[in-house]
Ligand binder design. Structure first.
Ligand SMILES: NC(=O)c1ccc[n+]([C@@H]2O[C@H](COP(=O)([O-])OP(=O)(O)OC[C@H]3O[C@@H](n4cnc5c(N)ncnc54)[C@H](O)[C@@H]3O)[C@@H](O)[C@H]2O)c1
Length: 362
């Protein structure tokens, strides 16, 4: 089979991980597009990508041999670009969050079905070695039934720029919750994506005008830009199966340090996977934890699963999985049907926060 040819749209912070993952799986990255052509050219020059374009339309026309397109733009552009690429007959890999909301994600799912092309998202945390080790443990039946789980991504001072696209709801869809959907997705993955029932949640807007809470990365501040999204969200989600999930996401809260974790409690074992980040870019300590809590022979037992370190948090492995799913070497690590469930949960969280009432998810 010929090598998969892929083009990337959006030369921002995530593009290098996509290139590394696609090429690791044997694909050829042949085109780079960015609305700012100078960014496309600079990126293409440093990664040896032969063709550059100022937009997806130009790229589809100029490089008709493309098999697939990768979308790495601000969230507002995911839906139109993904649908245009699918309708152009390309398989599509798209950054998280899938789109601004569930309705857009449903339209993207429909477009992929209609075109008969793969649509996969960058829920990179599923591809982390410790997440794969944990899911194998769970799918092997060793955890029993997962009754409850907690999905947490908290930052102390991690607002990704003031007035840039991340903080403008019209461009991003929301703040900490929609930007950090990874642990919610991972908890749902561990629980085997049960059908959601009710959600009760809150959102807070503290520190969104306080430069002391800006992250050490992200995009530059824009004095003319809008800042109208939440800094943190907390919610409780029940499932029709009787399971329950607590959700907590923040860009800025009075926390000890940045951590991303899923903990769960099963009838045979509980578990935890956690990334402790270097403290807001200042401290050098960082750790990946993968532990099982169980009972054996009348004793309470803790197990530590040892896996290789992956500084990229699965970003390279997930992009490689997309290519390997096209060449039928691997199953895709996520589906657009799951993405739709995730986005309906995020919609419900914003709705519940605004109405102060529980929301039934249909
Ligand atoms: N998976 C992860 O860990 C992770 C981390 C950071 C960001 N992201 C996601 O990646 C996406 C991009 O984020 P980023 O940090 O790279 O943003 P960024 O602002 O650094 O880069 C976005 C690029 O897209 C270009 N662009 C904007 N609109 C365009 C359009 N319509 N057509 C072509 N190019 C366009 C911009 O010129 C810019 O170069 C977002 O969806 C974000 O949520 C994912």
């Amino acid at each position: 089979m010929d090598l998969i040819k892929i083009g990337i749209i959006g030369a921002g912070g995530m593009a290098s991980y996509h290139v590394k993952g696609f090429t690791q799986a044997g694909a050829n990255v042949i085109a780079m597009a960015d609305a700012d052509i100078s960014r496309a050219r600079a990126f293409a020059a440093s990664w040896g990508i032969p063709k550059t374009y100022a937009g997806l339309g130009e790229m589809l026309k100029g490089s008709p041999e493309l098999d697939a397109v990768s979308v790495i733009t601000p969230n507002k552009f995911h839906k139109p670009l993904v649908i245009e690429a699918l309708e152009g007959g390309k398989h599509v890999y798209c950054e998280k969050p899938p789109a601004l909301n569930g309705a857009e994600t449903a339209a993207m799912l429909e477009a992929s079905k209609k075109a008969g092309r793969r649509l996969m998202f960058n829920f990179n945390n599923r591809a982390r070695p410790e997440a794969q080790a944990m899911v194998n443990y769970i799918r092997g039946g060793k955890a029993g039934r997962i009754n409850s789980a907690q999905a947490v991504w908290i930052r102390r001072a991690g607002i990704p720029g003031f007035g840039g696209w991340f903080t403008a709801k019209a461009l991003s869809g929301g703040g900490a919750m929609i930007d950090l959907p990874h642990m919610l997705d991972l908890a749902l993955y561990f629980m085997d994506y049960p059908e959601p029932d009710y959600l009760l949640g809150t959102a807070y807007y503290d520190f969104m005008d306080n430069k002391a809470f800006k992250g050490p990365w992200g995009i530059p501040d824009s004095a003319k830009g809008v800042t109208d999204v939440e800094s943190s969200c907390h919610a409780m989600l029940t499932f029709k199966s009787g399971q329950v999930l607590m959700i907590r996401s923040s860009w800025a809260e009075m926390n000890e340090r940045e951590t991303a974790a899923v903990t769960f409690q099963g009838t045979r074992a509980g578990g935890k996977i956690e990334r402790l980040f270097a403290v807001d870019g200042i401290d050098e300590t960082s750790a990946d934890i993968c532990r099982i809590f169980t009972e054996e022979g009348g004793n309470q037992v803790d197990l530590a699963i040892k896996t290789p370190k992956d500084e990229s948090m699965g970003r390279i492995a997930n992009a490689a999985n997309f290519i390997n799913s096209l060449t039928k070497k691997e199953k895709p690590l996520n589906t657009p049907e799951e993405a739709l469930v995730l986005m309906k949960i995020i919609d419900a969280l914003y709705k519940s926060a605004a109405s102060k009432k529980p929301v039934q998810i249909k």
